[in-house]
Design a binder for this molecule. Sequence first.
Ligand code: ADP
Ligand code: ZN
Length: 720
Amino acid sequence: MIYHHIVLNTILPPLTYSYHHALPLGCRVVVKLRGKAQIGIVWASGILPDIAPEKILPIQQVFENEVRLPETWRDLIAFAARYYHYPIGQTAFTALPSLLKEIKAVDLPTPPVFYALNDVGKQQNPPAKHHAKKFALWQSLLSGSHTLAELKKIHPKAADFIHEYQQNGWLDANTHALPSIPPSQHILNDEQQAASQAVQAHLFEYQAFLLHGITGGGKTEVYFDIMASVLAQGKQVLFLLPEINLTPQLLQRIAARFPDMPTAVLHSQTASSQRGRDYLRAMLGQAKLIIGTRLSVFTPIADLGLIVVDEEHDSSFKQDNDLRYHARDLAVWRARQAGCPIVLGSATPSLETWHKAHAGIFTLLTLSHRANVAARLPEIQILDVRRLRLDNGLSPQVLQLLQNNVQQGGLSLVYLNRRGFAPALFCGDCGHTFGCPHCSAKMVLHQRAGQLRCHHCDFRQPIPQSCAECGNQDLTAIGQGTQRIETTLQQYLPHAQIARVDRDSTSHKNDWAELYARIEHRQIDILIGTQMLAKGHDFANLNLVVVLNADGSLFSSDFRAPERLFAELMQVSGRAGRAEKAGKVVIQTQLPEHAVFQAIRQQDFAQFATPELAQRQQFALPPFGFQAAVRADAAKMQDAVDFLNEIRDVIAPLMPESVFQLGAIPMLMARLAERERAQIFIESTDRVALHRALSLWQQSLFAHAQAHIRWHIDVDCQEM
Ligand code: ADP
Ligand code: ZN
């Protein structure tokens, strides 16, 4: 009997099972755990059993003819489990698509076939030119290798001609051919050229680059240029981006630039069967271009030649439940493992990445002006609203600007990162506000739906007729949400075409297509929108951006709040003046002197980042120190706090000296969906020491587990 370590979807370490011969690593098997059949992955073979051999169960079934999860993937899983202090089995099964978690053999996808004229074919007379499509088809087959899908776009009857030419012996049908990449529409400018060349000088070795380019600076074209040369070598490219940026616009742009490239698109809306197939296509080297959101960082890739992380600062790369991984950080690890370059791109890099670029760990590449020469950077005005009379949050200046722009046929964006009608309902008599019964959050008024809604747990209730405390029937909606701004603007500008874009108004793919069509046909004058609209969208004629109520987060105790606000404001400002029309941005604020606004006005990231980093250094905050949170939640706050503090005291004598741990405190959002939440921060300037401390925590948390308390460890935590 040969003993194997099998990784299962549990919190347990790999378990020992036997088989009559040695199994290849990474192979999927079926074993029994507590009487139930489970899928497992062979993690080690030929091990010495750590329990009495007669207690070791046999492996029930082996999917030996499938492709195996490669060593590079297993190493990635092992690293992620170690780094994030999460059980290896659950890490592996987070990373697998559901297709591979089923107790069923999988069919392997067939590779795409590429057609091209062979030497005999090339000597034939081309079809007559007046058969334009047929002639174009012939030219394509002469110029390089193409898939049938692509050829059908040239001639709908391509399949028939392919068949005919094959019968004549004129064609090569090849699954290994490199698809042709047509040249770019643009000539890269000097900065773009320099950036692309810098990366291309390191195509076969690990090196991390930060591509810092202003919005509209042409980062995407730089990615494409590097991708083209990696793909032309037959290597695969992993392109990671935030969910919200994976727009049809971007996918169209990629399809236009790499028309024949076998591509896998993996995001949360990909159907699970498709996801499974794409996972296998990437693993087998069939899909050359793998585009996806954070989870796709776990896709096994046969021959990885480049990783791109677009909008690398985006917080959606960090998963905030279960396995709390950061896809950008894992991507850097993967590039090192694969020995390939990685390009992190952003107009507002995370301070972690910015710091690494200045410490020489990453190489800094800069795009300092707009790539489209007709497009200029917008003019940004910080409008102090402290002494202005606002009407529902809108200053007279802003209303005037909007009115003028409507009259002149421009497109305006009113940006407000708060959906609903008003963020709170307030009783003028007793001061009562309506909070969510399950969370420490105010209920948001949704006027049209006639509801109060909690934006954290989605609890909903009809709008109350009177105050729950004093019975007063005169309730006031305070603050502004997108719906209220929409209503107000409709009153002021009754002839303007106004469209609201937020999660309540735009939830389907078709909504976007419709919106784009309306904008293109100049049927919209004013867009009102949340973050959804600020990212990744490119509206050519947008020339005025108004930002309302930008200050809220600056009162928060989260030390990353200014960083996030700066990124958000740059992002939304960057929507203005992408094309010929000069852009203007007006930001309404009560805190005009705040450094964030001063730097925004100059549109200068360094002006913001340099003092901000100095402050972080002073307090040994990330990126100068490393931080993890251990969190617990229970029905009562005291239970969560006590649980953490007790463990802290137990392990305190074993803590490495350089590790600081504070006492347990409530989280900023102290109560969420009926659970009260506490956390303890563990900090050190020594990463290794921090991880030793977290291993101690992990063991003790398991040892002290109580049924009514849930807990987790969050390494490089983002949430406060
Ligand atoms: P970013 O990704 O940095 O926001 P993009 O790559 O989307 O910038 O480029 C912004 C705009 O400029 C796009 O419309 C793009 O087509 C155009 N553009 C990019 N590079 C060039 C270039 N070298 N010459 C002309 N136009 C360019
Ligand atoms: Zn709630």
